[in-house]
Every structure is written in C-alpha cells, then in structure tokens.
Design a protein around this ligand. Structure first.
Ligand code: F6P
Length: 568
C-alpha cells in the first residue's frame, strides 16, 4: 500500500494562524460586551451600505450578520494567511485539488466561453474545447427532440422525458427544472426518477405512453446501484409497454431499435453505456474533473436543455460564469462570495452553529435547499483534511430549508426563540412570474413583506418593554420576547431566470469551496458514502438467505426477522 503523502502539500491548520487567534480574542470580547444589532445599526448609519454588495442583478445585504469591521478584517486576514485566493486560482487553472482521487476540479470550465480563454489544457486535454464540443452535440440533439424531428420507434414525437439518476445526477436537474418551469416548452415535460424504491419509477411512469417517452440515464460512473436498477426497470417497462400495445414485435432487432430510439445516456463511462445497448452517438459525456454535485451545467443537464432549449441553457451557463468572474476578480474584502463563506466559518467555529438555513422566498426554488444539501454536505462533511490528517476544528454544518412562508408555520419558531444559533440566507426576487392582486393587495408584495419581516424580527427581536407595552401579563413576558441578534443574509434578485439561477448555484459552489479551504478539506471526494453502499450489497441477500442472515449483527438480524415475519 502506498503510504506516502509527500507529494501532497499539507493544509495549513487554520486554528494555528494569527488571524484565528485574533478572531478568538475578538469573539470573546464581543461576547463579554454583548452583541447587539440594534445598537450596531444605530451607532453606524453606514452599516447597511458597508455590508451591501451588488453582483450583476443580485443585491446582497450582509448587514444583519453578527460581524463588525474588525470581524470582517480578521476573516479576510484568515483567508489571506491560508492562501485561499491562490487556491481559488489553482482550482480554476486545473490543479489537482481533489487529492484523494488525484483529479483536477474544473466545474468552472463547464461555463467558460471558448473565446475568453482560448484553450485550457489540463492533463493533456483541452477542457474548454471539449466542453463546447459536447454542448454543441447536446444542443443539436435537444433541438431535434424539441422540434419533433427525433421520433420514437413508432414514428411519434417525444412528449415526456424521464431522467433517471441520483445524487448529483438528479438533484441539480430536478431543482433547475422546477425553478425554471415557466420557460419549459409546452407539450414537453420531464419527470425525474432517483429512488431505488420501486414506488418512485412506478408512480412516474404509470400514466406515460412508451411511444412518446424518452429515457435519459444519467450516471457519471454508470454503475450506481439505484440508477442502473431503475434503468433496467425502465427498459422493461418500455419494451413490455410497446409490445403490449402491439407497437413492436418481440424480435431482438425491434427491441434494439426501440432502445436506440427511446434511451440516451449521460456518463463519463461510455463503455458501460454501450454495453447497456445505447448507441454511442446518443451518449453524452463529461469528465472526471467534474464532481457529480458540480455537474448540473455539464451533460447531466441534458433534460434541461431539452425542456428549456439551448438559448436558455446558454443564459444559465452565463450566470455561472458571471459569478465565477466576480469571485476571481473582486478583491477579497469586497468579495461577497468570500465573505459569505467566511461568515459561515465565523458561525460554525466561533459561535458553535451546527446548521445553516437557506430560505428561498420563491416557490419555484422549492428544491433549492435539497440541492444545496448535497453540494455543501457531501463536500464538507468530513473529519480528515486533503492530506488525510485529522481536522483540527468542527467542519460541515447542516444545510436545510424550505421555500417561502411554509417554513414560517413550521420551524421558524426554533430559529426565532430556540437555543441554537441558526444563520439563515433569505433569497427573494423583486418580480414574479405571476403578479396577482386580490381585492386587498398585491399578493407578491405581501409575500415579500413576509421575507423582510422575518429577517427584521430575527435581527432586532422584541424587548421585554415592547412586550409589556402590548399589555402582556408580566409572568408571560419572557415567553413573548425575541432576543434578536440572529444572523441573516438577504439575497434580493430582480427576477428568477436562468441567468440568476446560474449565479446562485455558482455562489454556493464557491461558498462551499471557501469553507472547505479554511478547514483544509478535499471538498471534491465523497468516501463517506461508500460503506453503506458496500454493506447494502452484503445485507440484501439476508432477506431470503439464512447463512447471510447469520453473518449480520444482532440488530440487523432482528430487523430482517421482522421483515420475514410480516412480508406479504
Ligand atoms: O452516493 C454518492 C455519489 O457518488 C454522488 O457523489 C453522486 O452524485 C451520486 O452518487 C451518483 O453517482 P453517479 O452519477 O455515478 O451515478
């Protein structure tokens, strides 16, 4: 076994830096003085201006965070001492930041315009040109589907796309499909199947006509258990359906033709794609330097190109690229991407925050928190650093959230009055796709009023005197007080469209990078998902095999015995 890590430069331990020590001292001072956003706002009329940032059509307000000028300066010093700007540049230029897999981390090359960089040769490969080539193939294919030129085996045009994938091969496309639904071509819809639970594919296909259905199998490795199981299920469903309808006979040639007309694939493993029976001409590739959770803007987004068309997808890519450019070109202390990532470090490592809420005030973004969970938690949920040495501090907060006012009637209680500090990002948009006035008011304004009210309540709270002034009985005053000083960042966009969505995704990709860099993590591997996969393979036979059952631990055995007893 190779035990030598000398080729990998060990990360600097953030906790040993001068900036970290100063941050600790500063934190202790703030704690003893007492953090009070009300007085910080009163004492500093420039506070909002100072902590507001514009990135294209997005406005960021960080003023309601628990930071002052010293905090900001020290956080920036921390990033400087750790060399994170250099690390960013290394990432963009294709250095092997993914140390445990010895790979470049180049999702940013997926959206780099060819004319801007010319070529980007990494490991002997011209990444940007390869990306463009694959995009052009996908655009041509998508156009054929959209125009009805791509026909199923019986000559009918495609009406429904079923995209089968999981994790990074599913969460991004689902989220974007939901977010940009108003831009989808009429008469063409996409359904996403991910769970290996047979209920998922059964429900998604039960009312579909195989003659008008196109299945996209999306899997970077083309070996993932869930995806390959669902892909086989889909193949059976399609062939049996076509045969039952009398649309095809049972000859091998006709079955192969049906698969070729109704199945396409997205993968880095084109050999296995061909083995599945998919014509390599209908397979779209991407590369090992794109992590699954960073791949929605690669071929993994094929279903999106079909639904929205190349023009919208190009806008989407431009949004990413604009945020990349901002991240690379803006000085650290004015760079909201860095500052958001560094604020998260401040909350996790100094305030002890364990989670971070992302609360989009836009129903179309209802899958955004789920998407972010994989992006952030698969990236930074780690206990070893990029040289496999143990981490020296807490890492990887839990990201979670819910769209719009739904959360207000569910979990906001805990954010307002609970004992845990939960930093939250609120995301809203000035304009809506569905402006509505009822007899009382503009409903979108009412919605946005809620967004602003929540961030105000969290920041400034409600004092005992304010509660008393409402005539509340004295004994109940503490229960009705709001401490305030609960940090939020407000992101306000002009409208939700492909461009803004690309910007938002790139924003969180880079926030994840900043946090991972402070902690010294390889944010681009995911070894923590392997053990469960291996054990599932060992355990599954135990449902019917006594020898396999006997090999399990006592708890697993008891659960399987319960299953055996009650299985109908
Ligand atoms: O389970 C982890 C994971 O490897 C993710 O990182 C990835 O996005 C997902 O599985 C799907 O992998 P694939 O695209 O290879 O099917």
């Amino acid at each position: 076994m190779d035990t030598c890590t000398s080729h990998i430069k060990a990360p600097i331990d953030a906790t040993t830096t001068d900036a970290w020590k100063k941050l600790q001292k500063h934190f202790d001072e703030l704690q003893s003085r007492g953090i009070d956003l009300r007085s910080w706002f009163q004492d500093d009329p420039q506070r909002v201006e100072k902590y507001s940032y514009e990135v294209n059509d997005l406005h960021f307000d960080l003023s309601k965070n628990l930071i002052d000028d010293t905090t900001k300066q020290l956080l920036c010093e921390l990033a400087q001492e750790l060399g994170i700007e250099q690390r960013r540049d290394d990432m963009f230029s294709g250095k092997h930041l993914n140390t445990t897999e010895d790979r470049a981390v180049l999702h940013t090359a997926l959206r780099r315009p060819v004319d801007e960089v010319g070529s980007l040769i990494v490991d002997g490969q011209d990444c940007v040109k390869d990306v463009r080539h694959e995009l052009d193939r996908m655009y041509a294919f998508a156009d054929r589907v959209r125009l009805g030129q791509w026909k199923g085996v019986t000559g009918k045009r495609i009406e429904t796309v079923v995209s089968i994938g999981i994790g990074g091969s599913d969460l991004g496309p689902v989220m974007v499909y939901e977010a940009l639904k108003p831009y989808a071509q009429k008469g063409l819809s996409v359904r996403y199947v991910s769970n290996i639970d047979p209920n998922d594919i059964a429900e998604k296909t039960k009312d579909l006509d195989p003659e008008t259905t196109l299945v996209i199998i999306v899997s970077k490795t083309f070996t993932t258990l869930e995806t390959m199981t669902n892909a086989r299920e889909a193949r059976t469903w399609l062939l049996e359906g076509l045969q039952k309808q009398g649309a095809i006979d049972t000859s091998d040639a006709k079955r192969a033709e049906a698969i070729a007309k109704h199945f396409v694939a997205v993968s880095t493993n084109l050999e296995l794609v061909a083995q599945f029976g998919i014509n390599p001409e209908n397979a779209f590739g991407f590369w090992n330097w794109v992590g699954g959770r960073y791949s929605v803007d690669a071929a993994v987004g094929l279903s999106l190109i079909i639904a929205f068309g190349p023009v919208v997808f190009e806008e989407f890519l431009k949004g990413f690229h604009d945020m990349d450019t901002y991240f690379c070109k803006t000085p650290l202390e004015d760079n909201v991407v860095f500052l958001m990532g560094l604020c998260n470090i401040w909350y996790v490592n100094f305030f002890g925050a364990q989670s971070h809420a992302v609360l989009p005030y836009n129903q179309y973004l209802h899958r955004f928190p789920a998407y972010l969970q994989q992006l952030t938690m698969e990236s930074n949920g780690k206990s070893t650093r990029w040289d496999a040495s143990p981490v020296t501090t807490k890492t990887g907060e839990i990201f979670w959230g819910e769209a719009g006012t739904n959360g207000q009637h569910a979990f906001y209680q805990l954010i307002h009055q609970g004992t845990n500090l939960i930093p939250a990002d609120f995301i809203g948009f000035v304009n809506t796709k569905h402006p509505t006035k009822d007899d009382q008011q503009d409903v979108h304004e009412l919605f946005l009023g809620n967004f602003l009210a929540q961030t105000k309540a969290l920041a400034f709270g409600k004092t005992a005197d304010e509660v008393r002034a409402e005539g509340t009985a004295e004994w109940m005053v503490p229960a009705r007080m709001f401490s305030g000083n609960r940090p939020t960042t407000s992101i306000f966009g002009v409208e939700l469209n492909a461009h803004t969505l690309g910007e938002l995704i790139a924003l969180y990709e880079h926030i994840t990078f900043v946090e991972g860099s402070v902690w010294g993590l390889d944010s681009y591997d995911q070894w923590g998902v392997e053990l469960g996969k291996q054990l599932a393979k060992q355990i599954t036979p135990a449902f019917h095999d006594d020898e396999a059952l006997a090999a399990q631990d006592a708890s697993t055995q008891a659960l399987i015995k319960f299953y055996r007893k009650h299985r109908k």
